[in-house]
Design a protein around this ligand. Structure first.
Ligand SMILES: Cc1cc2nc3c(=O)[nH]c(=O)nc-3n(C[C@H](O)[C@H](O)[C@H](O)COP(=O)(O)OP(=O)(O)OC[C@H]3O[C@@H](n4cnc5c(N)ncnc54)[C@H](O)[C@@H]3O)c2cc1C
Length: 424
């Protein structure tokens, strides 16, 4: 695949103000901000496309997101603000969902009871998080009766790990209210934002030397010299030493990087024209049977497509099996709920495996109990030359495309100020 823009891959050494490693939401956000500040940038991207963990592909003629799909936390999400300024086709996500109990549509009273259970859990966790000592988020959940498992399951799904593996102090900072969707897909939107940026595709960075002035970035396509670098690659890759730093990163920074665990969230994409769910874009809770779908987003954009979501325990169970196992699992769970007749024209189109993707190795980074401070540790520039950015650093929007963008922009703003002051 050709590079996104003409550049100089064969040059042994290229000069630029800022080298940005990774062309996901964080890298694109950072590049736009630095260019607007009048600085030169080069974005180095290992894949043959931009967008990272956001990508939209056509399936049966419909744009479908294989990664991020929701624009969470509308009031504070920079991608929503920018989308409004650009006149992008944003729409509010419905707040009502479907609840089925043993394949029977729940009554209003039953649905209200589930909503109440979520509200009680949120309040309890927010209050418990004010205590000085951190603890697993699961410990703060009060007894929630028949919906307790459902509430814990959903929170575990959107956290990327079961709640006993998630920091309570980190947990309530995530703002999930006022979600939006964008017509044509979130991946396509992020790709639009990255169009025409100086990105070198198919260029994996493997070493970053900050021993002298500025940085020297070693890539699969040569060396780049820059005054500063923004590293946006996923924490799971930094933990595997995908980039060798010379000299080593300071110990607190290395410890913060190694403090995260891997969040797992995968889509099994279903085409199910006669599913029992009416109306577009509703989440469905199916309870009362032995196996329940961890998450189910129905009739995406009003189409026959559905996301059957896999959480970490479900994905881990399927890991030792073949590539079709997630699809078979989704079919089995839905057949248990609604019977085989109801799924006879359900087709599994695709299952994602971001946890095995060599350029992500996780859906997002998760903070385990007791380590809530690590996001902030990474915000400090290293040697006034290396900035980290990406979804893992965002406090209020962790694990999201909006949070990644926010952090890319924050790093860029910081660098622009320091370069102008002649400090870096
Ligand atoms: C299935 C799924 C569903 C999700 N749902 C949502 C959702 O609904 N809403 C939401 O907001 N978020 C969601 N997320 C999370 C969201 O996708 C991520 O938080 C966000 O996209 C991360 O952006 P980033 O820029 O931090 O990292 P990435 O997007 O991972 O960007 C980093 C880039 O670095 C590149 N790279 C890696 N190693 C190297 C290297 N050595 N050299 C050069 N380049 C390298 C990668 O290829 C990648 O392009 C979801 C994620 C998944 C997987």
């Amino acid at each position: 695949m050709p590079p996104a823009s003409p550049s100089t891959p064969k040059d042994p050494v290229t000069e630029t103000d800022v080298a940005i490693i990774g062309a996901g939401a964080a890298g694109i956000g950072a590049a736009r901000q630095l260019i607007a500040a009048g600085l030169s940038v080069r974005v180095l991207e290992a894949r043959n496309r931009i967008g990272g963990r956001t990508i939209t592909i056509p399936l049966k003629g419909h744009p479908i997101d294989l990664g991020a799909h929701w624009l969470h936390a509308g009031p504070i999400n920079p991608l929503v603000k920018l989308g409004r300024e650009r006149g992008e086709p944003l729409r509010r996500a419905p707040v009502d969902g479907h609840l089925f109990i043993k394949a029977r549509q729940a009554s209003r009273g039953e649905s209200a009871a589930l909503d109440r259970a979520f509200a009680v859990a949120d309040r309890a966790m927010t209050q418990a998080a004010r205590a000085r000592e951190d603890q697993p988020a699961a410990k703060a959940l009060p007894p929630l009766g028949r919906y307790g498992a459902r509430v814990a399951g959903i929170h575990g799904l959107v956290s990327g790990r079961p709640l006993d593996e998630v920091s309570l102090h980190d947990f309530p900072s995530m703002e999930y209210a006022d979600n939006l969707f964008i017509a044509g897909g979130l991946g396509a939107y992020v790709a639009r934002l990255g169009k025409d940026l100086p990105v070198r595709l198919g260029t994996a960075v493997h070493a970053l030397d900050w021993s002298g002035a500025g940085v020297r970035v070693e890539t699969s396509a040569g060396t780049l010299r820059a005054k500063a670098a923004i590293v946006t690659i996923p924490m799971a890759l930094l933990q595997r030493d995908a980039i060798r730093f010379a000299p080593d990163l300071p110990q607190p920074v290395a410890a913060a990087i190694h403090g995260f665990t891997q969040g797992v969230y995968e889509h099994v994409i279903l085409h199910w024209p006669d599913s029992p769910f009416r109306g577009p874009d509703r989440l469905a809770s199916l309870v009362g049977h032995h196996r329940e779908p961890p998450g189910l987003l129905t009739r995406i954009d009003g189409t026959p497509f559905h996301f059957f979501e896999l959480d970490q325990p479900a994905a881990a169970l399927l890991d030792s099996r073949d590539a079709d196992a997630p699809g078979r699992y989704a079919r089995a769970v839905l057949a248990e709920q609604f019977g085989f007749k109801a799924i006879r024209n359900l087709r599994v189109c695709r299952s994602t495996a971001w946890r095995h993707d060599p350029w992500s190795r996780a859906s997002w980074a998760v903070v385990p109990p007791g380590r809530a401070a690590i996001r902030d540790t990474l915000k400090e520039a290293v040697g006034e030359r290396i900035w980290f950015a990406g979804e893992a650093l965002s406090r209020a929007q962790w694990g999201t495309a909006g949070g990644a963008w926010e952090e890319g922009a924050r790093a860029a703003e910081d660098i622009a100020e320091r370069l102008k002051a002649g400090l870096a």
